[in-house]
Design a protein around this ligand. Structure first.
Ligand code: BTN
Length: 318
């Protein structure tokens, strides 16, 4: 089935006869595989009499050989389908795989978002990427880590033509008020000693879903740039940027990156509501401190907030 998908990924018409010849199977076997592609992977295939079959939209499939040829800084393991790339990295770490290594999937059936949310992960349209890291510098090496990952994703996207993308504390990437990428860090082991961090990154790349299938405003690289993005190029650029930023963070800590982060913070100076469980704190964004905590002016006082369960919304009057 995947060989057939590779033949069809260009989005052009292919006759049943040509596909059968390339696969070494009959035309009715091709037909069965096409149906499987539609049912199992949720892809739409057009059939036109006299011309053959084509995908509704061209696909940019992940390719191990292409990635290996780009000189990526760590091993990338590509999967067709996973529950969650973060979950797969966790399993591999528990079985003794040595970091750093990245796991990427064409789709996720149980993609995880922050605060227990689902991350919608249709086949071959976006990037679902998880990187395993070993942390042996104690709590300091974790300080601001998720914000540093945000900077790396930001640089990768900007370098590929997305000039208008910015950050929203703690680690969302937005174009205007629409989300284009999200980051989920998960920890394995004792943060005070040696531990592992799973850096999960989801980027909306060539997503074709109707807007209302996701419960928050979103956009994609294709929508912003106006042309489909080669996902292998994106993976290679992302890994390169991550390697640079993570190395700098390890060497010098988060404080040297604080100003750079604030310069790209879309909500700097805005009036916001910070949701912390059942509590809502109203304030104005002053910036972040050297640990990556959010600084708010609340009732004229400066206060710092950090923690994975916090969420920021703009106040109506902002
Ligand atoms: C967010 O809610 O903003 C974080 C989304 C993180 C999604 C990515 S996709 C790759 C990795 N695997 C997961 O299950 N989640 C992260």
């Amino acid at each position: 089935m995947l060989t057939l998908l590779k033949l069809l990924q260009d989005g052009r018409f292919h006759s049943g006869q040509a596909l059968g010849r390339a696969l070494g199977v009959s035309r009715s076997a091709v037909w069965k595989q096409l149906q499987q592609l539609e049912v199992e992977l949720g892809l739409s295939i057009y059939k036109v009499r006299g011309r053959g079959y084509r995908l509704q939209c061209p696909l940019s499939l992940l390719d191990q050989d292409v990635l290996n040829g780009t000189g990526v800084p760590w091993e990338h393991r590509i999967f067709d389908s996973l529950d969650s790339t973060n979950a797969e990295v966790m399993r591999r770490l528990s079985m003794g795989s040595a970091p750093p290594f990245a796991v990427i999937a064409e789709r996720q059936t149980e993609g995880r978002g922050r605060r227990g949310r689902r991350w919608v992960s249709p086949y071959a349209q976006n990037l679902y990427y998880s990187l395993a890291l070993r942390i042996d510098g104690g709590a300091r090496q974790l300080e601001g880590l998720s914000l540093v990952v945000g900077l790396a994703v930001l640089r990768a996207l900007r370098s590929l033509g997305l000039g208008s993308v910015g950050l929203k504390w703690p680690n969302d990437l937005l174009v205007g008020h629409r989300k284009i990428a999200g980051i989920l860090l998960e920890l394995l082991g004792d943060p005070a000693d040696i531990c592992h961090v799973v850096v999960g990154i989801g980027v909306n790349v060539n997503m074709q879903l109707p807007a209302e299938e996701i419960d928050q405003p979103w956009t994609s690289m294709q929508m912003e740039i106006g042309a489909p993005m080669d996902r292998n190029v994106l993976v290679a650029r992302l890994s390169e940027c991550l390697a640079e930023y993570l190395e700098r963070h390890k060497r010098e800590g988060f404080s040297v990156l604080r100003e750079e982060w604030e310069a790209s913070h879309l909500w700097q100076g805005k009036q916001v509501n910070l949701i912390a469980g059942v509590q809502t704190i109203q304030g104005r964004v002053l910036g972040i401190d050297v640990t990556g905590a959010l600084l708010l002016s609340v009732d004229g006082e400066e206060r710092a907030y950090s923690g994975g369960e916090l969420s920021l919304r703009l106040s109506d009057d902002s």
